[in-house]
Ligand binder design. Structure first.
Ligand SMILES: C[S@@+](CC[C@H](N)C(=O)[O-])C[C@H]1O[C@@H](n2cnc3c(N)ncnc32)[C@H](O)[C@@H]1O
Length: 180
């Protein structure tokens, strides 16, 4: 996707409005435990540029304060089809308030564990049959793939070559992939 300079400026302005509240009053040590780092506009814009389109549902399974979803909405995603899961209850509240101002229904923003099937079943119905999260593990160079399908959750931690084979198979089966 091409993101115009006007949209980039809007993403930056929305972020600037929230940047002081993103930490939800936490110390650096508290944030480090859960990997709570703010994703700045430079990064959310780069991520959105990798999307082919923003049609359909968009899920951020580790939502944080909602930087990626906010930027996706400004770039054209339908707020009623945007969803997020966040483990930390305080950060979840910040994201819910912030994204509701952009039109996301509060019930689309779930407080829970992205690794727990229950987080998808009740609230994230569009993803009830298929939700996938992929995390790149910097330390080991491995790729960790979380696959949720038919109410079963599987977590795989694989070397890059093997992970690529698994991802190619999932893609062939028309599985939606969400990279985080
Ligand atoms: C780097 S931040 C996310 C940034 C976010 N994607 C954005 O666009 O701003 C990682 C977030 O994942 C949350 N988190 C960590 N483990 C989680 C889990 N198992 N389920 C849901 N959220 C989780 C942390 O609390 C933290 O807020």
């Amino acid at each position: 996707m091409i993101i115009s300079d006007n949209i980039k400026a809007e993403i930056q302005a929305e972020y600037d409005n929230w940047k002081d509240k993103l930490w939800a009053g936490k110390t650096k040590e508290e944030r480090q435990k859960l990997g709570q780092f703010a994703t700045p506009p430079q990064l959310t814009i780069k991520m959105l540029e990798k999307f082919e389109s923003l049609d359909g549902n968009v899920l951020d399974p580790c939502l944080g304060a909602g930087n990626l979803i906010a930027a996706a909405i400004i770039a054209g995603a339908d707020p009623s089809k945007c969803y997020g899961i966040e483990l930390d209850p305080v950060v979840h509240k910040v994201a819910q308030l912030r994204l509701s101002k952009l039109g996301v229904p509060p019930c689309n923003i779930v407080q829970g564990d992205a690794l727990d099937p229950k987080s998808y079943e009740e609230k994230l119905l569009p993803f009830a049959s298929a939700a996938y999260a992929i995390v790149h593990k910097e330390e080991s160079g491995n790729i960790s793939i979380v696959v949720y399908n038919n109410k079963k959750l599987k977590s795989l931690d694989l070397p890059r070559a093997k992970a690529n084979t698994v991802l190619a198979t999932l893609k062939r089966k028309n599985v939606k992939l969400f990279k985080i």
